[in-house]
Each structure stands twice: as C-alpha cells, then as structure tokens.
Design a protein around this ligand. Structure first.
Ligand code: ATP
Ligand code: ATP
Ligand code: MG
Ligand code: MG
Ligand code: MG
Ligand code: MG
Length: 253
C-alpha cells in the first residue's frame, strides 16, 4: 500500500496485465457451474429440471445485479447465467479480470449463501464452483444474436431432456435405450413422441423450463406514496422475437 516505502521487490507489479474491455462494446460475462453433472447428481436434483436449483441460480444472479448497477439484463438456464453490462459501463475502468472475477465471486458466494432458502433440509455437501468468461460484442445486433443463441439452446436442450426423461421415467426405457430412440430425431419427432405416447404437449411445459429466465430492471410504483422504486424482475419469456425488445426499449437504447 501507499504508506509503505517502495521496495526493491516492487518491480514485480509491472508484470501484471490490465486488459481493458474495448470501449463502446457490450460486455457479457457468462458463468457456468463447474461439473454440475456431478453436483446435480450428488444433491439429487430432479430431472430434467430442478425448480429449486433454477430459482437459486436466479436469486444469486439478482444479487449480482443488485451489487453491480451497470448490468442491464441477465439471462440464465441450467447451471449458467449471462450478465450484460451497458455499452458505456465504467466498472473497474472496464478492467476485464476485475469485472469477470467479481461477477463470478458475487454469484458463487450468493449461491452458497441462499442455498438453504431453496433446498431446505437438503444439505450442501461440498463447495460448488463456477467458471467465467468475458465476451465483447461491438453491435446491438451481435448482442441480440448472442441472447437468441442462448435461448435457442434452452429450447434444443429442454426438448431433448424432456423427451429423454419421459422415455426413462414413464416409458421405462433404460438411459441407453432412450438415447438410442432419440438419436437423429428432429424437433417435430420429439414433440410427436411426447404427444402421441405420453399425452404431453411440449408447449404446455412450464415457461421457466422452455424459455430460461431473463432478469430485467423495472421501476414500480410502491405504496403508500407511489414512489418509483427499482426492482429486479425475473421473466420467462421469448427474447428472440421483437416483442420483448419493443416492450423494454431501455435495455438496448
Ligand atoms: P478493494 O475492493 O479495492 O480491494 P478493500 O477495502 O478490500 O478494497 P484492500 O487494499 O484489499 O482494500 O484492503 C483490505 C482491507 O481489509 C485492509 O485495509 C484491512 O483493513 C482489511 N482487512 C483484511 N483482512 C484483515 C484482517 N485479517 N484483519 C484486519 N483487517 C483486515
Ligand atoms: P462443465 O464443468 O464443463 O460445465 P458440467 O457437468 O457442469 O461440466 P454442463 O454442460 O454445464 O456440464 O451441464 C450442466 C449439467 O448440470 C446438466 O447436464 C444438467 O444435468 C445439470 N443441471 C444443471 N442445472 C440443473 C437443474 N436445474 N436441474 C437438473 N439438472 C441440472
Ligand atoms: Mg461448460
Ligand atoms: Mg457446467
Ligand atoms: Mg452449463
Ligand atoms: Mg480488497
């Protein structure tokens, strides 16, 4: 620190890199659970979608947004969350390492901190961890495509997983047989298996599972004086089409 005199060792500080995120670009930080195939197994997550786990992820992501005000939107599914910083974000002078590590650490510790609120008596058996990456997108269209990519992924994975686990749980197939059955099938074919053999209309599955969770900031009038207060609101809606962006113009504007 500054109170100490410079030592002969101090030159090592010069080896540090301070990579800055390119100005004017959208900064996306995506975190993803480390080996959550194992973590979900050890903690007996419901398959294919454990609602408690998804809600805990969203609680942790909300905390990140409460702390870091320059995040305008977050999108989550499974064991991942993407945080979108405004193009003009100034956090840590846009230093990449600081931004990425702080997001990841806030998220990870909040995930542990709030565990019991969602899992009750299910004990947390070991410390979970997350990896993180930063991606910069120079155009609004790139950012929209990034988010569309993540949400399209939710659809592809969830349709597959819903079909797979239905074949296993209700169709009494072994996991190997279910995998074989779904090999090379189109989306329409998976829908058909669910509908014809199990009376499941995929479109009636919970939006939380089909659409992932989008966290946005909203000003809401609060009683008694109708003051505007900011809330972080989870939505399970389509963000690929135009409607969401027309209703929430402040996110990209
Ligand atoms: P930044 O977010 O920039 O790191 P900071 O407040 O954490 O801000 P540091 O330079 O990292 O600043 O200093 C950490 C501070 O935490 C120290 O000033 C010290 O007062 C306090 N601190 C950390 N560990 C201990 C400890 N074991 N005992 C007492 N104080 C501690
Ligand atoms: P890596 O460390 O490379 O990310 P991983 O095992 O975490 O490895 P992912 O591709 O991230 O691999 O997949 C996460 C896994 O966690 C999924 O396969 C899924 O089985 C499980 N999982 C995550 N969230 C849930 C949930 N809410 N309900 C059920 N299973 C979940
Ligand atoms: Mg991964
Ligand atoms: Mg993972
Ligand atoms: Mg993942
Ligand atoms: Mg410190």
């Amino acid at each position: 620190s500054s109170v100490m005199a410079k030592s002969k060792f101090e030159y090592v500080k010069g080896f540090e890199e301070d990579r800055k995120c390119l100005p004017n670009c959208w900064i996306v930080v995506r975190i993803d659970g480390r080996s959550f195939t194992r973590f979900s197994d050890v903690h007996k997550f419901e398959k294919p979608n454990d609602r408690r786990a998804l809600e805990l992820m969203t609680r942790a992501a909300s905390y990140v947004m409460e702390e870091l005000k320059e995040i305008s939107l977050a999108f989550g599914t499974s064991d991942e969350y993407s945080f979108i910083f405004r193009k003009d974000a100034q956090l840590y002078n846009r230093r990449r390492d600081k931004i990425m590590s702080t997001v990841n650490s806030l998220f990870s510790s909040a995930f542990v901190f709030h565990w019991t609120s969602f899992f009750g008596f299910v004990k947390l058996l070991y410390p979970p961890a997350f990896d993180a990456r930063v991606v910069l997108y120079p155009t609004d269209a790139n950012l929209r495509d990034y988010l569309s990519w993540r949400q399209a992924d939710v659809h592809i994975n969830n349709l597959y997983n819903t079909a797979f686990w239905t074949l296993v749980k209700k169709g009494n197939l072994t996991p190997q047989q279910a995998q074989e059955r779904l090999k090379n099938t189109l989306a329409s074919h998976k829908n058909e298996i669910l509908f014809k053999e199990f009376d499941i209309n995929y479109n009636n599955e919970p939006p939380l599972f089909r659409k992932g969770t989008t966290l946005v900031r909203k000003l809401v009038q609060t009683p008694p004086d109708n003051k505007l207060k900011q809330f972080i609101i989870p939505l399970n809606v389509d963000i690929i089409g135009e409607e969401f962006w027309k209703e929430n113009p402040e996110i990209i504007g």
